[in-house]
Design a protein around this ligand. Sequence first.
Ligand SMILES: [Zn+2]
Ligand SMILES: [Zn+2]
Length: 152
Amino acid sequence: MIPPTRDSLGTLLAHLREAGYRITTPRRLVLEILLDNPHGHCHYSLEMVAQELAARGIDLDVTTVYRILQWLKDAGVIAQTDLGEGHDVYSLAGLAPHHHLVCLHCHAIVEVEDTLFDPLRATLLERFHFQPRIEHFAVFGLCEVCAKQAPD
Ligand SMILES: [Zn+2]
Ligand SMILES: [Zn+2]
């Protein structure tokens, strides 16, 4: 099981309203699904969210679901990441922050802790006065097994 989000649906909705966002019924339903985490999975593709809505008898077309996910991303509620699976995945930013190492060869995905990126954050701030938003980051490369097998 993944750790629960820090914010309940009620708290999140209150934060969003405070920030001046309008909470429509479709927006609330999509957020509800991401928070419910019905498959015990922290990554959701657009299709998975759309399927879950359909399974609950909610009829929203994929374009609408996509726009809601983009809105949640802009509001900082979810992060969007390309894990090399051919589609982007969305995950709640309130979950324990983590990143992934993605093998380009066998497509194995390993989770790594957020603190690994602290030195990079510090360097970017010091040298470039840049505050990076490194959230749910995917680093592509070769895993140990594939690196050993690679002819080069
Ligand atoms: Zn992840
Ligand atoms: Zn590999």
